[in-house]
Each structure stands twice: as C-alpha cells, then as structure tokens.
Design a protein around this ligand. Structure first.
Ligand SMILES: [Cu+2]
Length: 75
C-alpha cells in the first residue's frame, strides 16, 4: 500500500515588537515587507503600542529578517 504524505500548511501568529515604528506609514512599510515574503499574510501594525501581529505561513526568522531589511528593529 502506498502512503501519500500531504504537506500541511501551518499558519502561525507572530507578535513582534517594533520600537522604531513611529507612524502609520511605518506600519504600511512593515506590512508590505511581510507581504513580500508571504502574500497570504495578514498584518496588523499598531504604531501606538509598537506591536505587529502577523498571521503567516512564513517562519519567524524570515519575517523578522524582512522587517529588519525594511529598516526596522524587532525586539
Ligand atoms: Cu512612520
């Protein structure tokens, strides 16, 4: 009997703090950077709390790198 393994798509929710997200334009830049690595991601960025909530299939490492490359720090 042949066993077929299906690849499971795992969606993770990441909560990241981005202290130098100063305004909503920063939030949009961060959102675009995340969507560049995962177009299906949902991103909520709040410049007041500095928190970015991301639902994504991409790994935390990849997402953090994308945000860092966009010029923001992730703590
Ligand atoms: Cu800004």
């Amino acid at each position: 009997m042949k066993v077929v393994h299906h690849r499971k798509i795992e969606i993770m929710t990441l909560q990241l703090k981005v202290p130098n997200m100063a305004c909503s334009a920063c939030g949009e830049t961060i959102t675009k950077a995340v969507k560049a690595v995962d177009p299906t991601a949902t991103v909520q960025a709040d410049p007041k709390t500095k928190l970015v909530s991301i639902e994504t299939q991409a790994s935390e490492t990849v997402v953090k790198q994308a945000i860092t490359d966009a010029g923001y720090s992730v703590t």
